[in-house]
Design a protein around this ligand. Structure first.
Ligand SMILES: *[C@@H]1O[C@H](CO)[C@@H](O)[C@H](O)[C@H]1NC(C)=O
Ligand SMILES: *[C@@H]1O[C@H](CO)[C@@H](O)[C@H](O)[C@H]1NC(C)=O
Length: 190
């Protein structure tokens, strides 16, 4: 069964029956999931953590991680969105697109069209998802700013007795995992 037919089979029959008679020229059919003003993104297990380890007083190893699961009004198949950055000192600045993948029934990890950017100082997640419905292309774009702000804990470690081969110091910031949903704007793509 195709994704589209799966989604259609979930819709109430009444909705499908009325869709062919209410011909609104610009509004997509009711049977096209998400192609409305109330398109939403659903984010589960949003996880942000970062840190820097000094393996010697002069050698630092930085890393910032973003990971979450995504479903949306257009695609109920869960996608995994992940990013890794070494760009000090906030790691994410909203300037790079990262991708979301999904795992097929065969266990193969494939790219989806979904993209995201994250901005650590602004605690802002932007999601972009292209989708197609009835041969028409759309793109949904939504911006979410954490409110209340993410609760994070920073742990610092300093090895005052440092010897070669030991960790000299480290700083680790771990934030609470969060689930949230937010609305997106949908535009037709020509
Ligand atoms: C997120 O995706 C991973 C990998 O597919 C899965 O193991 C996990 O259960 C998912 N979490 C939620 C809340 O859907
Ligand atoms: C991310 O990709 C989208 C879609 O291609 C594009 O509109 C947007 O400008 C890109 N954002 C960045 C920060 O490159």
């Amino acid at each position: 069964m195709s994704l589209k037919s799966t989604i259609l089979s979930l819709l109430p029959t009444a909705l499908l029956l009325t869709s062919s008679t209410t011909a609104a020229p610009l509004a997509p059919r009711a049977g096209c999931p998400g192609a409305t003003t109330s398109f939403s993104f659903d984010v589960k297990n949003f996880d942000y953590h970062d840190g820097t380890t000094f393996s010697t007083p002069a050698h630092q190893i930085p890393g910032g991680f973003v990971a979450f699961n995504l479903t949306s009004a257009a695609d109920v198949v869960p996608r995994q969105c992940n990013a890794y950055s070494t760009q000090l000192s906030d790691f994410y600045y909203g300037t790079l697109n990262y991708t979301c993948t999904t795992t097929t029934a065969d266990g193969e990890v494939v790219q989806t069209g979904s993209l995201f950017t994250y901005d650590t100082p602004g605690e802002t997640l932007v999601l972009v998802e292209p989708f197609e419905c009835d041969g028409q292309k759309y793109v949904a774009k939504g911006t979410y700013t954490f409110e209340p702000p993410l609760q994070c804990v920073t742990e610092e470690y300093q090895n005052d007795d440092w010897q070669q081969g030991e960790i000299y110091s480290s700083r680790k910031r771990t934030c609470e995992e969060r689930d949230f949903a937010f609305f997106a704007e949908v535009e037709k793509v020509e």
